[in-house]
Design a protein around this ligand. Structure first.
Ligand code: ATP
Ligand code: MG
Length: 467
């Protein structure tokens, strides 16, 4: 119909004049939309309870409940509903008021059919976009379902079961386990297996946010709240509203900020920096840590009250060494995944390779296994992976730290990464970044040049020449 990919939507027409109601309905049907008719606001509410509509076209002056009251009631009961009010010519105040009261649009009576067609086309485009987004999220969600967490060990089977149970609830989940054991995978599965799957999953690495920026990053800020706050910005908490906020490395939240986080979890609201009033947030929090939070509570590095608020449901991922039965299946699965990514064949492992894999201690757990398999697949160049292709089975006796040399960065790489991270957090404002990094601006500038760090878009957020 409309030629832009949008298809018909579900429209409900509310009009007390029966002749007008029929005329309107048949026009809208001809435009390619599905129409239901109501003689008044009360009947309209009943029809909406029976089945959803994408848009309601309602008269304002009707006996009984008028259009404005209907708008109010329907808006509360069906927050996603678009209501278009038809107001009589000359009552422009009605129109202004309608928009203020949350109407999607209004049309003046007597109206032109083309005008209604345009409003409906617009709504149809929005509906189609929304469906497309939800579909995309579902497709991404499939990639992150609990089934993708590989392992037949009783521990991993239990993890998959608890994920499915936890997904249906909105209680906070604490995921624990050593580095590289799959904590983020679990967090994503909880989100995508649950009713919030079509809303955002917002991962936040709490260890990566410098303390001075934590509050504004997490809770947002208002324009002018501090020197560099040129625009108001929603924090991670608000961005995840309706979806899931993933607090990774929750043990690294600065003590000074923990009480604010506690308040957010208790009150379901956040106060952006510089705001006078709190903003409500619809939160589902999944937190993860490789640290021993109980020990941190005992030593006073983590608030006890926050610990209890975070540790409502608990999922523990054992290290790879504690579930040796999973190793073979995981290695095969990761090889297939990697082969798919690189477009190379995956012929599996020789007996020798498998026994070398089982003999390894896996301090870096599944992430380390993935790195090892990736390098072995490259070394094997299309053959089956043999023990000699494994990086730790090199001829020279391996020293303790030689298990994953590729994973260890040089000092310069660490410096570059840290500088880039802080610059990004400060929107590339070098003065602010230098303060956080504890160096002067000139030193920072030299380092930016040495590491060839480029400002995205080439603009200079400091607005002054560096000299
Ligand atoms: N059971 C599993 N099945 C398949 N892939 C897995 C599994 N566990 C982990 N992985 C893979 O291992 C890698 C590390 O997983 P993840 O990032 O979830 O670990 P983590 O516990 O969050 O690590 P860290 O503590 O370092 O942040 C990812 O590539 C993930 O896809
Ligand atoms: Mg992680």
């Amino acid at each position: 119909m409309s030629g832009d990919g949008a298809s018909g939507i579900r429209v409900l027409v509310v009009e007390d004049d029966p002749r007008m109601l029929d005329v309107l309905a048949s026009h809208i049907e001809r435009m390619g939309h599905a129409v239901r008719k109501a003689r008044g606001a009360v009947e309209a509410l009943q029809l909406l309870e029976e089945g959803p509509a994408d848009l309601v076209l309602s008269d304002v002056r009707m006996p009984g409940m008028d259009g404005r009251t209907f708008l109010q009631v329907a808006g509360q009961r069906f927050p996603e509903l678009r209501v278009v009010l038809m107001t009589a010519f000359g009552s422009i105040d009605d129109a202004v008021e309608a928009m203020q009261a949350g109407a999607y649009s209004y049309v003046l009576k007597p109206f032109k059919v083309e005008l209604i067609a345009a409003v409906l086309r617009n709504a149809a485009r929005e509906v189609a976009l929304g469906r497309e987004r939800a579909g995309l999220r579902r497709a991404i969600g499939g990639k992150w379902s609990a089934d993708r967490i590989i392992g037949t060990s009783p521990q991993i089977q239990a993890v998959r079961r608890v994920i499915r149970e936890a997904a249906a609830l909105s209680a906070t989940v604490l995921v624990t386990g050593p580095s590289g054991s799959g904590k983020e995978m679990v967090a994503r599965a909880i989100h995508y297996e649950g009713p919030r799957a079509a809303r955002p999953f917002v991962p936040v690495n709490c260890a990566a946010i410098p303390e001075p920026l934590f509050e504004s990053a997490m809770f947002g800020h208002r324009r002018g709240a501090f020197t560099d706050a040129h625009e108001s910005q929603a924090g991670f908490a608000e961005q995840s509203s309706g979806g899931t906020l993933f607090l990774d490395e929750v043990g690294d939240i600065p003590l000074s900020q923990q009480v604010k986080l506690l308040r957010m979890l208790q009150e379901s609201e956040v106060t952006p920096v510089g705001a006078s009033r709190p903003v409500p947030v619809d939160l589902r929090v999944v937190a993860a840590t490789h640290e021993d939070l109980e020990a941190m509570v005992h030593s006073g590095r983590f608030r006890e009250d926050l610990y209890y608020r975070v540790n409502v449901l608990r999922i523990h991922l054992p290290g790879l060494r504690e579930r040796p039965g999973d190793l073979g299946a995981l290695a095969e699965h990761l090889l297939l995944e990697i082969a798919h990514e690189h477009g190379t064949p995956a012929l599996g492992f020789t007996e020798g390779a498998l026994s070398a894999l089982s003999g390894h201690p896996w301090p870096g757990n599944v992430r380390e296994l993935r790195n090892v398999v990736e390098r072995a697949a490259l070394a094997a160049r299309g053959r089956r992976i043999d023990s000699t292709d494994l990086p730790f089975a090199a001829p020279a006796p391996a020293p303790a730290c030689a298990t994953a040399p590729a994973a260890i960065a040089t000092l310069s790489e660490v410096e570059r990464e840290q500088i880039e991270k802080v610059l990004r957090l400060c929107s590339w404002n070098r003065s602010a970044a230098a303060r956080i990094l504890g160096i002067d601006r000139r030193t920072l500038f030299t380092k930016i040049q040495r590491h060839r760090l480029a400002v995205p878009g080439g603009r200079d957020p400091d607005g002054d020449a560096e000299g």
